[in-house]
Ligand binder design. Sequence first.
Ligand SMILES: [Zn+2]
Length: 649
Amino acid sequence: MMRHLFGCAALCLLLAAGSSARTLDLDVHLDVEARRLAASGRFDPPLREFLLDARLTPQPPSAWQRIGEEAGAVRWRAIDGKPKERIDWQGELATLPAARDARQVLGRLPPMADRAGSWLPAASLWHPWAGDEPFSYRVSLDLPATQRALVPGRLLSETLTRRGWHAEFASEQPAIGLDLLAGPWRVGLDDLVLARDRRVSVRSWFTPAVEALAADYRASAARYIAGYSDLIGPYPYAGFNIVAGPLPTGIALPGLTYLGEEVLRLPFIRTISLRHEVLHAWWGNGVEPDWAHGNWSEGLVTLLADHATREEESADAARQLRKDWLRDLAALEPGEDRPLREFRARHDGASQIVGYQKSAFVFLMLRDMLGTQSFNTALRTLWQERQGQRAGWDDLQRVFEQACGCALGPWFTQWLDRPGLPAPRITSARSLIRQHGYRLELDLAQDEPPWLLELPLAIDTPAGVIERRVRFDNAQATVSLELPAQPLTVRLDPQARSARRLSPEETPPALRQVQVAAGVALLLPVRDGDWPGAAREISERWLDTQAHADGSTRLVIGPPAAVDSWLATAGLERPAEVRGGTAQAWAMRGRDGRTLAVITAATPAEAAALGAKLVHYGRFGWVVASDGRVSDRGIWAAPTPAISVLPAP
Ligand SMILES: [Zn+2]
């Protein structure tokens, strides 16, 4: 799945809600060829001391003294000790990272310039930064004529002359840092008119190489903006900007989303990823999570964007996605399965599984419990009351309680503060003939202390499937259901609408289980040539934690014949489905019952090339690549077990 490349990195922490008395007026000149930034700013109130990225120096240097260094930034103080209203600074920016690896992009990045694309992240402190008090801003940008640039906010004016390109932006909401993006873009514009004549300018900032896709991206964004405006409340910004650049990452800023140009061609980027980023205009940027007390926004956006796209495709596609989430959750090691309330931002596979997928499940169960109408009413209330402000999990609980007229305290506490998942089971099922139909008696069990559950059941009868929901909040209980037809078998939540720990038979081996495993041991049937190097590269790029010799989860890497003989020694066989192509990877269950992964190819280079892609195929059981492209993949079957209903004695 590509999803993990997108969404809020830690940079989102630099966005701030609320109004501000501070203002910042910037003039920025960016020469991308020389990677040279020259800027001047007017600060109100004036600054006597500030932090600035170490590549940049305030001007003239004789007026400022270095008084310290903090994580790649220098703290400067005016030599005369007087606050300065105007500050000039300049310097040479960093180059783009050579290895454009998604995992590196998630760390702290310096301000970077390149003719292919420049990014001056807010967190890099490319402009004097005096603390996290929000400021309003106006930014004027000057670049060479072939370049365009933007910051979040309203585009006030734009001119192109022989001397270069000039534009002015103004804030729509206060910020505590500014991201500046630039590139050799062609800008496309569609004006979207919403209810009550509200206008939204949808702009694409795409390079010539991907410009052919721009109109479709703008049309999709406009459709999502209109849809969510109807569902939640009017889109909060004057514009929405879709920006394509060379970094393989996603950045969500107010009214702006940045997508790596290499992934733009993948169809799900325009549907699922773009939709996800658009919805962050409401949940994440418009109403910001109260970061210190947890981030609810990724789960809500995952349900209402990613999952909604699948629901519109088909009920089966949505069920498949939820099954994938449950399998990912089942793959977490106990120590990685942190309480949802602790989630702030995705930093690895495990935090994503909890912060996005488990969180989406919590909102899904809430919607099933309250009904879609009450659920949507609560979200509209949250938007009306909290737009432009922060909201915590407690605020969400309150609006949902208002909408349903019910108390949800214990329910929220259980899902937010308790790690892990419930594992309810049907231990036996009996049927009795009644005067008008049948009675089904089910014995249910779960571990102590019990969870408060509402379990969906599917009961197979000669007249078709009957669906029911039962409350279950003890360690053991017997429930009775009156049915119009004879129950033959019963299945626990085959539609996967309830967050629970899947039984081993419902959890087919999947590549993600090895990716997130806490201890992975690399096994190399062939140790000569480039195989050890390729194996190390695969383990560094794919696994969440470094492989080590004592790991209990095995990852076998080697040429086909050597791998096949290793499998034979381990009492295993290559699955029949995994064939063809020039490289194959699959997950399978070992004789010890644990999932292991195998990567095999004729050459170490082909194995490493497939290994680099596996992070996008975590939910699959097997992947086949031909000459560097994935040509086939699949998920091992694992139907929900059907419990036979016996006649009551
Ligand atoms: Zn997100």
